[in-house]
Design a binder for this molecule. Structure first.
Ligand code: NDP
Length: 303
């Protein structure tokens, strides 16, 4: 994250009565509570490990003695927890204080878990917005980062000012699972792409090529991916998997070279071998002369 990023506290003037409770003070929750303090909000905090609130309290946050006290302090309650199970563990014993609260749940989980969480909150009289934060803690409190939101549109619009203190917002729709779905889609790409880079770097390193030396080449390949997406997306949408520019059989041969290069370098080949296996499966299903985009359908048929 660029250090020249615009802080949201420079761009948003808080309403006179701006108050918020933040429950969950891991790296994310601490950054969020800090952003609200910077923006002039009156912030109440609670965390299972109470000492994690010390720095925030020194900066002016109010430490709630109990979860119930934290909930009753403010209408808007931001949750930043490991997952939704943590929400039940924390709020379950204090459900009587949930009535009338607005839970902005910025904890990651599956779309299904977030839908269940929204229904659980409604059962106890609370309204629920799901959030999928797309930045590490360093991006909290800046306008350059963004968070997916889903849930009731009127609730999102009512609280957008509060949400924009943290990051920019990207409302995805009424279904509470949508923000989590968009988040998980991005994570799918993020984890596989980043792992591929680490694997490539390990092979380079095993051959005496340092990470800094390989970095410009890795960056060029990753940056160029956008052009592949531009080219292939309309073809996939049109159901066109013609092998006029690339073929599955070519990918099998190429990946076989990658796997052998990896093995010869003394590096674990499991990652490219799994990709090779997927292409071999497509070839085995008779698609050897089709474009690699045929995988879009082959993946979708996996039980
Ligand atoms: P952490 O897992 O480090 O912190 C989570 C918080 O959850 C802590 O306050 C922890 O309490 C609390 N917690 C977990 N389990 C329980 C439980 N059973 N009972 C009570 N409290 C519990 O997460 P982060 O702060 O890094 O992230 C928060 C969320 O944001 C996660 O869902 C993460 O996936 C997501 N996220 C994180 C990013 C990052 O870069 N860190 C980036 C984008 C999203 P305690 O302090 O007592 O352990």
């Amino acid at each position: 994250m660029s250090t020249s990023a615009t802080r949201t506290s420079d761009t948003n003037n808080p309403p006179a009565s701006a108050t918020v409770t933040v429950i969950g003070l891991g790296p994310m929750g601490r950054a969020m509570a800090g952003a609200y303090l910077d923006a002039g909000y009156r912030v109440t905090v609670w965390n299972r490990t109470a000492s994690r609130a010390d720095d925030l309290v020194a900066r002016g946050a109010v430490r709630a003695a109990t979860v119930e006290e934290a909930l009753r302090a403010n209408e808007a309650v931001v949750l930043s927890l490991t997952d939704y199970a943590a929400m039940y563990a924390i709020l379950g014993p204090a459900v009587s204080a949930l009535k009338g609260r607005v839970l902005v749940n910025l904890s990651s989980d599956t779309p299904e878990k977030t839908r269940e969480g929204a229904a659980w909150a409604a059962k106890h009289g609370a309204r629920h917005l799901t959030g999928g934060v797309q930045t590490p803690p360093s991006g909290i409190g800046t306008t350059e980062s963004s968070t997916y939101y889903s849930g009731p549109r009127d609730l999102f619009e009512e609280y957008e000012g509060l949400l924009k203190v943290l990051t920019d917002t990207d409302y995805r729709g009424e279904d509470p699972g949508l923000a989590a779905l968009y988040y998980q889609l991005q994570m799918d790409l993020f984890w596989t792409a980043l792992t591929a880079w680490l694997h490539m770097a390990a092979v380079a390193d095993a051959n005496g090529i340092g990470l800094s030396e390989i970095k410009p080449y890795a960056t060029e390949t990753l940056t160029g991916m956008g052009q592949f997406l531009d080219f292939y997306t309309p073809r996939i949408e049109a159901g066109d998997h013609g092998g006029d520019v690339d073929r599955i059989s070519m990918a099998v041969a190429s990946l076989d070279h990658v796997v052998h290069t990896t093995r010869d370098s003394g590096v674990d080949p499991a990652l490219p071998a799994a990709v090779l296996e997927t292409f071999r499966r497509a070839a085995g299903e008779g698609y050897q002369d089709d474009s690699l985009t045929r995988l879009f359908e082959v993946f979708g048929r996996r039980p």
